[in-house]
Design a protein around this ligand. Structure first.
Ligand SMILES: [Ca+2]
Ligand SMILES: [Ca+2]
Length: 376
């Protein structure tokens, strides 16, 4: 049964038309720790790149068709379960709904609307299935604004609500910058992106502090371990280091709202929302030993923010763009490996990364041009 949906409804669009309303500012700065893949910029800027091979169609020619598949309320995340054709959506207002077939009404399989905070960056923010499909993990902010990662055992018609267990709880000092995404890596571990806690400028210095989970990408084994609700992978980079949280995989992140793994090679792509100058895309190559510092708040993109200098061992974004012209914050994206795209006729090793930006409703693609496979 579909409950009453108060408030503004939005159409879920499986594909969004390309627009070129965002300006671009590709960086020439060489990241610390090896050469990451390069991607071209937004459509209008990149199509004439001198490095564009002549046998590939230009990104400016890309056109994406629109198809309405459901009417949902503030859908912010989508997940698929292994060996299941259904699509599972997180509605920010606190519901998980499943679309089992084209044209069907979505079924609500979880409703925690009364348990989530409803600020602009709060609510039910992410979901992911375990690789074996036995558990669904959700990420939400409670009515006090604190972060929970909670799991449910799956069953044939939805979720076993009695199996609900909190996996991770992180107090939030401010209402914004909560991250919210969840993704399992090819290593089977759960990656949890957390923003710097909020306010503005990272007033508590959380991004560069290894003593807090805020401003981090965490890597955990989300099953009970030694009496704890989750375990720490033994090869996490800060295991055994005094004064550092062992859950940390990467640090120096401001608000990694969305990130994903390249399904072909396991590279991790992160969209990190900027403060007031730069939106950025970061990449951690598969095979990395972890422990990368993505710079915040020493840097905002490649710009020094809180005293960052070239002596700091930080990883620059592979792409950044200014956000001064209208608050066009990066939303995230995926490396597309399918064949149903005119712009994917490039060799499969290239991949195409689709990114979206908030407020101006622009969605653009870039193509990675090269990749140094050496981990840091
Ligand atoms: Ca927060
Ligand atoms: Ca950064």
């Amino acid at each position: 049964m579909v409950p009453s949906r108060a408030g503004t409804k939005v159409l879920l669009l499986v594909l969004v038309s390309l627009a070129a309303s965002c300006t671009s500012a590709a960086t020439d700065d060489a990241p610390v720790g090896g050469s990451p893949p390069e991607i071209t910029g937004p459509t209008s800027e990149s199509s004439s790149s001198p490095s564009q091979p002549q046998d590939r169609p230009g990104l400016a020619d890309a056109r994406i068709d629109l198809q309405q598949v459901a009417v949902l309320e503030q859908p912010v995340a989508l997940a698929v379960r292994p060996d299941d054709q259904a699509l599972y959506f997180a509605e920010k207002v606190g519901r998980v709904v499943v679309l089992r077939e084209d044209g069907a009404e979505p079924d609500v399989i979880l409703d925690i609307n009364g348990e989530v905070s409803q600020g602009s960056e709060q609510g039910l923010l992410g979901l992911a299935f375990s690789p074996d499909g036995d558990f669904l993990y959700i990420n939400y902010t409670d009515v006090q604004g604190h972060t929970h990662v909670t799991k449910f055992r799956t069953q044939s018609d939805g979720l076993d609500l009695g199996s609900r267990r909190d996996v991770l709880f992180v107090p939030q000092p401010f209402s914004n910058h909560n991250g919210g995404n969840l993704a399992f890596g090819p290593d089977g571990y759960l990656y949890v992106g957390l923003g710097d806690g909020g306010s503005g400028g990272d007033p508590d210095g959380n991004g560069q502090s290894l003593q807090t989970l805020l401003g981090k990408m965490l890597r955990i084994s989300p099953r009970p371990s030694d009496g704890d609700p989750y375990g720490i992978p033994p090869d996490n980079p800060f295991v055994g280091q005094d004064g550092a949280r062992a859950e940390i995989w990467a640090y120096g992140l401001r608000n990694p709202w969305r990130y994903s793994f390249d399904r072909e090679n396991g590279d991790l792509w992160i969209g990190d929302v900027g403060q007031s100058e730069r939106e950025e895309i970061d990449v951690e190559l598969a095979g990395s030993a972890g422990g990368l510092n993505f710079g915040w708040n020493l840097f905002e993109g490649t710009l020094s923010y809180e005293g960052g200098s070239e002596d700091d061992q930080t990883v620059s974004p592979v792409y950044e763009y200014p956000n001064r012209s209208g608050g066009c914050s990066v939303t995230g994206g995926y490396v597309y490996r399918g064949s149903r795209s005119r712009i994917s006729r490039a060799p499969t090793s290239s991949g195409t990364s689709a990114k979206a930006a908030w407020r101006r409703s622009c969605c653009w693609t870039g193509r990675r041009r090269s990749c140094d496979r050496s981990p840091r």
